[in-house]
Design a protein around this ligand. Sequence first.
Ligand code: 8IG
Length: 270
Amino acid sequence: MPFNAETQALQDKAAESAATLRALTGVETHDVAVVLGSGWVPAADLLGTTVAEFPNTELPHFSASGVDGHAGTIRSVDADGTRVLVFLGRTHLYEGKGVDAVTHGVRTAQQAGCRTIMFTNGCGGLDPEWSPGTPVLIADHINLTGASPLHGADFVDLTNLYSPRLRDMCREIDPTLVDGVYAQFRGPMYETPAEIGMVRAIGGTLVGMSTALEAIVARSVGLEILGVSLVTNLAAGMAGPLNHEEVLAAGKAAATRMGGLLATVIRKIP
Ligand code: 8IG
């Protein structure tokens, strides 16, 4: 895959990160990357046996990541022989570090050998039937950030961005899983009710602050993509104030269930 010069420079940095990853984990090639977003961290322990774990700042070109000043963590997991690269936490666009910081982990996963990447996130839902804790397979996205993570005249096709094959595998495991269309906003503010009205009008059913830009880069480097959202709240203007404890409990139970789903899908991927 020939990259333009600007993109190649980013790929080279990611190759340096991947080289240090190999040294720190002793794992020559990772197969599947998993990015765990808000509320998904309990899923990490269900994926397999932890081989190594360290702050992402141990790798060159990773910056300490934002939410509660916590550095993100990288974990190498052995899932019955499938080597899984788990990112616990991600860089968000609203942190102001730019699109390249947001997507560096994706490029690193590809340089580490991954052929598949699974994005998870916590988000708001526009379907009133989706109570807190409902998992939704991302079928497509709408990028409302006003940003692109690509550089130069890089005309990347985004049809079937979220792999129909991987979504089918998920539904074989859990037939109750429904599809959604994820609208990424820049954040960090939540939407206004009017903005949620706009999202509904243009066909979005999930709102969040991640994933779309990362998925674009994942496609541009040839990764097969799975996206799973955990609806943690109804979108703005759709409900009264939520019971925070209820939301947290629903999220935790769902994350455990979703950890099982991801663990099973990972083992099904050739
Ligand atoms: I959790 O309602 C979570 N993340 N943009 N809107 C946006 N991001 C979110 C939301 C939400 N809930």
